[in-house]
Design a protein around this ligand. Structure first.
Ligand code: 6R9
Length: 687
């Protein structure tokens, strides 16, 4: 890639303002700390553990593991035998230290008129009320509780309340469909759901409770009964977009979902549904925590798997706590007095680790934002940064690219000079977006931290440290403490020095996943089978002559649409559910804003016609099975698919066709090579 090569030569030194008071302020210090963390993980992490509350310290071995499948089952344990509670460490610890009046979150609603804030002490008492209510309804340690909420304070309260009583949260992103929500509830065996009635995302209304009701019906038919649904009546307290009040064009949302007094309507099933406010406000605002073993589960979070069935990535309490806190502190160079703003939804791992846990464990003040970057105007992020004097900002390349399209003006309208560190996450960032972020948003004075990590890793694993690392646009730079990076070739041989290969890690770190929920076998096969002795990320990476790591993207059948990981199999199985479809193959095509988008080839059953209506049906099927973000951008009729003689679809050829590149490479192993040319000639007009 020409761009990447020239970016290799561009180096930006840590800004002086940041380096001045950094937790890690030079490459020498970084190298020394990194070396210790790899050579003596116990010494390194036990020092950090002392900053947290454990009921009993140093019980048993600090850590134990097996990474080599040929030697027995994979397991990873940190601080097993030590008892702690993450909610206590997020809230009680600060309140007891006299910091209860500090702001935990500034909440900024979809409509800029909707704003409030919550302190650590207030958060603690609300968490206790919800925890007490859940206990009174029989929720106990180890039970799984599903959460389906927008970016509101109650989402944070919900997860902390669940963690406080030792239950396991299973948060499902509010953009997922009823089908996806149902799958996640069923797989987790969750009997309790916490949700909200609805949410505005820009001008769009998402009927969360309606979707949840549908999901619960589906669950019931699959043998899982959700017995309790606690619903936040969020729609009663928000400002509705102006378009709702404009009856001249008969806004559809108004007709179907609002009564004539303009109140949002929800159906209520009194056997299951309870109102959050009524249920929890009468509970006591004191609730003892349940002390858990460090290795007890904290949460599961579903991520796409290459077979199409999502995996419940399981994280445990103690190690995740240390890792989320430490990465937050170092990657963003967090200091008291900072105001931090992460735009990720809590429904994704970035929100778990860097909206809720990492910041709260550090006693930080954050912005919790409900809306979208372009509503009601394209400078919304910058307006928020100006309002709260945000010093640390964390977003995704897809958001940066979206906002870049509107030029520098929307940024310049606001005073964003408080910014010191600008983070990015979710996919490789192209140097052009990196440079715009640095020059326009950071005014050339902020450190850019391109943080590479995964749901599975729990926290950042490859990232610059803002006061220490000279950065290169598009490179995630160097491994975080505890991470031993290795590049392997197909044969499993280590690539030393410059080169490109599979990105794997040689030893465990505290925040890594421990298992796939209820399926340890799948955990071992997915991450430890290909290269025994290593954790395989599924990404490829290149190491340049200066040792910088450049993550090149997924090398399995996964794609990344606007930072959302999807498997091709998941999309294909949705498409073949459409009656007329015989077979489908989905591939990623580069997209200027989303990073990647879906390009799907479909073969129809005999006699079926490829009509506009059918195309719409197929798109809708994917939206309803997975979620609106997964909708394919391109659908092409394929009389046949390029298959090897063993019947494997040759995706690399389809990827070439998707971008209109005739350089197919070797196609002699195809059962019928003529199909390739045919597909190429029949690319849709919009492609
Ligand atoms: C945190 C998160 C994980 C996949 C990962 C990789 C891609 C994330 C990246 C990046 C290049 C970065 N990815 N951050 N690629 N540079 N800074 O996104 O978790 O949703 O599980 O996705 O995202 O492909 O394997 P998750």
């Amino acid at each position: 890639m020409a761009m990447a090569n020239s970016a290799e030569e561009l180096v930006f030194n840590p800004p002086e303002l940041v380096a001045k008071n950094a937790h890690c302020s030079s490459m020498e210090q970084y190298r020394e700390m990194h070396k210790e963390s790899i050579k003596d993980p116990e010494a390194f992490w036990s020092k950090i553990a002392k900053e947290f509350h454990f009921e009993n310290n140093s019980v048993g071995k600090f850590f134990e593991y097996n990474f080599d499948i040929t030697k027995g089952p994979i397991f990873i344990q940190w601080m097993k035998g030590s008892r702690t509670n993450i909610c206590y460490n997020c809230l009680d610890r600060h309140v007891l230290a006299g910091k209860g009046d500090a702001i935990a979150f500034y909440w900024e609603g979809n409509d800029p008129a909707d704003r409030n804030s919550v302190t650590y002490a207030e958060l603690l008492s609300e968490v206790c009320q919800v925890a007490n209510f859940l206990k009174s309804r029989g929720v106990a340690a180890g039970d799984r509780v599903a959460i389906y909420m927008p970016m509101i304070k109650e989402l944070v309260v919900a997860m902390l309340a669940v963690a406080r009583i030792g239950a396991v949260h299973n948060i499902v992103f509010g953009g997922y469909s009823a089908d996806s929500l149902c799958d996640r509830i069923v797989d987790a065996g969750a009997e309790v759901l916490l949700c909200a009635d609805g949410v505005w995302r820009g001008n769009k209304l998402v009927h969360l409770k309606e979707i949840a009701d549908e999901a619960m019906k589906m669950c019931s038919s699959r043998g899982v009964e959700v017995r309790l649904n606690v619903v936040v009546r969020h729609m009663t307290r928000v400002t509705h977009p102006a378009s709702l009040h404009d009856t001249s064009n008969g806004h559809p949302a108004k007709k179907t979902h609002f009564d004539h007094q303009g109140r949002y309507k929800v159906t209520w099933n009194s056997d299951v549904d309870v109102d959050w406010e009524t249920a929890t406000s009468s509970s006591s605002s004191e609730c003892p925590v349940v002390w858990l073993d460090s290795e007890d589960p904290l949460f599961m979070l579903y991520t796409s798997g290459s077979t199409g069935k999502p995996k419940g990535v399981l994280h445990t309490v103690g190690g995740y706590m240390l890792y989320a806190a430490t990465t937050f502190k170092y990657s963003f160079n967090y200091h008291p007095g900072d105001v931090y703003f992460c735009t990720a939804d809590i429904g994704w791992i970035t929100g778990h680790s860097y909206v809720t846990y990492g910041p709260l464990l550090n006693g930080a003040t954050s912005v919790l934002f409900e809306g979208v970057p372009t509503y009601p105007h394209t400078g919304r992020f910058w307006e928020i940064i100006e309002r709260y004097k945000v010093s640390k900002f964390y977003t995704a390349p897809t958001a940066i690219r979206t906002l870049m399209k509107y030029g520098d003006e929307p940024v310049k309208k606001f005073d964003v000079s408080s910014l010191r560190v600008l983070g990015t996450v979710g996919e490789p960032i192209n140097p052009e977006a990196w440079l715009w972020y640095h020059r326009v948003v950071g005014g050339g004075n902020a450190a850019i931290v391109d943080t590479f990590w995964q749901t599975e890793t729990g926290g950042h694993v490859i990232t610059p440290l803002p006061g220490a690392t000279p950065t290169k646009p598009g490179s995630a730079c160097f491994p975080f403490f505890g991470i031993s990076v290795c590049l392997l070739d197909e044969a499993g041989e280590e690539i030393e020095g410059e080169g490109e290969g599979y990105l794997v890690f040689r030893q465990p770190w505290p925040g890594m996943m421990r298992s796939v929920y209820n399926n340890h076998q799948r955990f071992q096969e997915t991450y430890f089978q290909k290269f025994p002795g290593f954790y395989t990320t599924g990404d490829g990476a290149r190491r340049d002559k200066d040792g910088y790591i450049w993550v090149t993207g997924r090398i399995d059948d996964m794609l990344n649409v606007s930072g959302h990981l999807l498997s091709t199999a998941q999309v294909e199985s949705a498409l073949v559910e459409v009656e007329q479809v015989a077979e489908a193959a989905a591939v990623a095509r580069p997209h200027p804003v989303k990073g990647e988008c879906l390009y799907c080839f479909v073969t129809l059953k005999q006699g079926e016609k490829f009509t506009e209506e059918l195309v719409a049906d197929m798109k809708n099927k994917v939206r309803s099975k997975i979620g609106p973000f997964a909708q394919p951008d391109y659908l092409q009729l394929a009389p046949g698919l390029p298959k090897t003689r063993s019947g494997k679809i040759m995706r690399r050829v389809l990827r070439k066709i998707a971008v209109g590149d005739r350089d197919f490479g070797d196609i002699t192993t195809l059962a019928d090579p003529t199909v390739v040319e045919l597909l190429f000639e029949n690319r849709p007009a919009n492609a």
